[in-house]
Design a protein around this ligand. Structure first.
Ligand SMILES: [Zn+2]
Length: 419
């Protein structure tokens, strides 16, 4: 008999991708589906997945163990959000109202709004204030079914303020929060005080910031924003090569507003992911496929910016690029932290099927964060991070778009949230 300290029964449908490597091409939408399912966990790990009938034959609940009723809901792996800008201070709802009134994002940025406004608000916040804001957001993420979240700095843009953002992430994390995967995004934009001497800012990143981040193990990845308003591909290459030399993994904000050749750069550097990709070229897609670099689509940002161009999801899938969907949660271009909403938008605006979107927001996202063998599926041996949605089957996740229907969230084998 398998011994367990937690069993979850009353699951009308369980749907999960399988394995620990990214699902590609036609495999992206292949889920393992069970009806009348049960899950058993012991400690932090899943020890059994099967039908309720099999559970009765094979699993023994330890004395004092818990039996939880899924109340006819649908079990999916906990969402893995592979792209957020979590540790920021201050919202920009007033800019949103201006944009609804017709102002463009670049007009707002030109008069001191946009990213630089969040930079000044984040610089003004203490590490404790930032950590508190992150903690509140982590609770909200958990309530929305996210159990692993990547989180970028990039609103400090001084050595001290970038370190402050990353330290706030570290101190906000706890045993009952989603796991945080921290990323250093000092190359988000050139801060105002370095206007006209951008080389000096790049030297600051390479000579001072990256070595400190690596030494204090404050980030697993480094990221850069390649864009006409941010950094050229050549500048990003310098920063990311230095990061790679220090043992950090790489990610890249790539080809969001124009084809900057950034997908090719991500592939050339062996980056874990190239993110956005609304304007990626066919050679860029092929380069990503050859390198095995994941494409992280952020459909909520494109939707929220009312962008006409969508990332070519189907071409990426057909080329064999590992496809991921994430929120891009940030106060300017994607102020929503719901992976359910991001997956819905991936289906409704970028042409994914529900099953493809589920894999893109769980297993493939976990693989893009270097956690494919640990999370992203509901299988024995994986960490017990899964969610019971109050829906009769997985189609309702997108069909009844926009409203989270979370019943219970299990993180590390514990009931971490219940509604
Ligand atoms: Zn971003």
């Amino acid at each position: 008999m398998i011994e367990a300290d937690l069993v979850v029964v009353g699951i009308s449908e369980l749907a999960t991708p399988q394995g620990s490597s990214p699902r590609l091409g036609p495999q992206l939408g292949r889920l393992h589906v069970l009806q009348s399912a049960a899950i058993a966990c012991d400690g932090e790990r899943i020890v059994f997945v099967g039908t309720e009938q099999e559970l009765a034959q094979r699993v023994q609940l330890r004395p004092g163990g818990a039996r939880v009723d899924g109340a006819g809901g649908t079990a999916l792996p906990g969402f893995v959000d592979a792209h957020t800008h979590l540790p920021f201070a201050g919202w920009r709802d007033d800019e949103f109202i201006e944009r609804l009134g017709g102002a463009s994002y670049s007009e707002i940025a030109a008069r001191g709004g946009g990213i630089l406004r969040t930079v000044s608000q984040t610089r003004a916040a203490s590490e404790e204030q930032l950590a508190q804001a992150v903690q509140t957001r982590l609770r909200q993420l958990l309530a929305l079914g996210t159990t692993t979240v990547e989180a970028k700095s990039g609103y400090g843009l001084t050595l001290a303020d970038e370190l402050k953002q990353l330290r706030a992430l570290r101190s906000a994390a706890g045993p009952r929060t989603p796991e945080i995967v921290p990323t250093f995004l000092g190359a988000h934009t050139v801060p105002a005080e370095y206007r006209g001497r951008r080389e000096a800012y790049i030297r600051l990143l390479i000579d001072e910031a990256l070595p400190r981040v690596a030494e204090e193990r404050l980030a697993e990845y480094a990221d850069a924003f390649v864009d006409a308003q941010a950094f050229s591909a050549g500048e990003a290459r310098q920063v990311l090569q230095a990061a790679k030399g220090l043992g950090l993994g790489l990610r890249l904000h790539a080809d969001q507003l124009a084809d900057d050749g950034a997908a090719q750069l991500a592939a050339e550097l062996g980056a874990a992911s190239a993110d956005h990709l609304e304007h990626v070229s066919q050679p860029g897609i092929e380069a990503l496929a050859r390198a095995g670099t994941a494409a992280v689509l952020l459909p909520a940002a494109a939707f929220f910016l009312k962008a006409e161009q969508r990332a070519p999801a189907r071409s990426l899938i057909q080329a064999g690029v590992p496809l991921v969907v994430a929120t891009d949660f940030n106060p300017g271009t994607a102020p929503l932290e719901s992976m359910g909403a991001a997956l819905g938008l991936a289906c409704l605006t970028a042409g994914l099927s529900v099953d493809e979107a589920i894999t893109a927001g769980t297993l493939n996202a976990a693989c893009a964060l270097g956690r494919g063998s640990d999370v992203g599926t509901i299988e024995p041996g994986k960490r017990a991070d899964f969610v019971i949605h109050r829906i009769p089957n997985r189609n309702h996740l997108v069909y009844r778009f926009g409203v989270p229907r979370i019943g219970q969230v299990f993180a590390r084998g514990q009931l971490a949230y219940a509604c």
